[in-house]
Write a protein that binds this ligand. Structure first.
Ligand code: FES
Length: 352
């Protein structure tokens, strides 16, 4: 934009020849408005070749965005939902989610980067001062708006045509029903699905770090071990669904420190197994304080006492963590003696 393009009332104070802004008064008055610094042209403003280069860069970013959008559609259509790939450093991820995220991210990023580059290098960057105006409409404008509204209502004949008015109200009232109907997917709750996990009598406890069956001697006093049921494979399509219910925390406590009688009966030589899923809203619990036998959920700080039936001693969780009854099989491996006897995770699943 050249200085001729700038509206009359938006010219820089210095361009208006205002002595107050131009510095005369500034020198006398330290609190005077110094005005805006003089405009410095960019390389693109004075060199047409640089401007062309910027233009090509912007066009290239927009073109990449178009290609990324085509890639997004192609990925959505061609990649199977259950395909898992290994991506360093993320590990195993869903190929479809990865491709969709990557292409959509690239498409959005390139549009943003192109727009920013365009604005910074080619659009006018001449500083203009625009005085603030009151934002309230004048009484004449308000009166005109009300008159226009009344005229519109009268022209629509909504008062004279009750059939249209009533059916329109009916249509608008019913429209939200479509949003309500899809909430059916939230219930009735599949209680059996949530009540059952993969744990069953005789299932070995697999160390989630080593993927080896756990022996009692592998669990040291003071350590926190995460376990999952034998037979659950990370590659299987419902791994996340199953581990979200079956994830287990194993700790070893001196048997004489276990206060809860049932907990002691369900343990093996001081080794206790509890659901790792917080009973507040289902975060995985991961912090263990070995002196107090407390575990802490990092999400909202619910704290459970693993030496006392995992009862809640602090925080918003509604009830104790479910315990899994465990024993040792003939080969000396830790095994489950059944499934959890209560649903794991947030208490609200038990409603209804
Ligand atoms: S999910 Fe654990 S405290 Fe909220």
């Amino acid at each position: 934009m050249s200085s001729q393009d700038i509206p009359e009332d938006k010219h820089l104070p210095s361009e208006q020849g205002d002595a107050h802004h131009a510095g005369v008064a500034v020198a006398d008055d330290p609190f005077a408005d110094p005005g805006l610094p003089a405009h410095k042209p960019r390389i693109q403003d004075i060199d047409e070749r640089a401007a062309k280069r910027s233009e090509r860069t912007v066009a290239m970013l927009f073109t990449i965005s178009m290609l990324a959008t085509i890639g997004f559609i192609a990925a959505y259509v061609t990649i199977p939902v259950d395909k898992i790939v290994f991506i360093f450093p993320l590990g195993k991820v869903s190929a479809l989610n990865f491709a969709l995220g990557l292409t959509l991210g690239a498409a959005l990023f390139c549009i943003g980067a192109g727009a920013v580059h365009w604005a910074r290098t080619l659009m006018s960057d001449v500083e203009v001062a625009d005085e603030r105006h009151p934002i309230q409409a004048s009484p004449e404008v308000k009166a005109k708006v009300m008159q226009d509204f009344a005229d519109g209502a009268s022209e629509s004949a909504i008062g004279r045509r009750p059939l249209i008015r009533n059916t329109m109200i009916g249509a608008l009232a019913m429209l939200p029903l479509s949003a309500l109907v899809i909430m059916r997917d939230l219930g009735p709750l599949p209680q059996e699905k949530l009540r059952k996990t993969l744990w069953a009598k005789g299932k070995l406890l697999i160390n989630q770090n080593t993927m080896e069956p756990l022996r009692p001697e592998d669990v040291a006093v003071g350590s926190l071990t995460f376990a999952m049921p034998e037979g659950l494979e990370e590659e299987q399509h419902d791994f996340q669904v199953q581990i979200a219910k079956a994830a287990l925390m194993i700790v070893r406590i001196q048997p004489e420190d276990i206060k809860d009688k049932k907990e002691l009966e369900w343990s093996h030589d001081g080794i206790v197994a509890y659901s790792k899923i917080c009973t507040h809203v289902g975060c995985p619990i991961s912090l263990y304080e070995q002196q107090t036998h407390h575990v802490l959920c990092p999400c909202h700080q619910s704290t459970f006492d693993l030496s006392d039936g995992a009862r809640v001693i602090f925080g918003p969780a509604g009830h104790a963590l479910p315990q899994l009854r465990i024993g040792v099989n003939k080969e000396g491996f830790l095994e489950a003696l059944g499934d959890f006897e209560e649903p794991v995770g947030p208490a609200f699943w038990e409603r209804g």
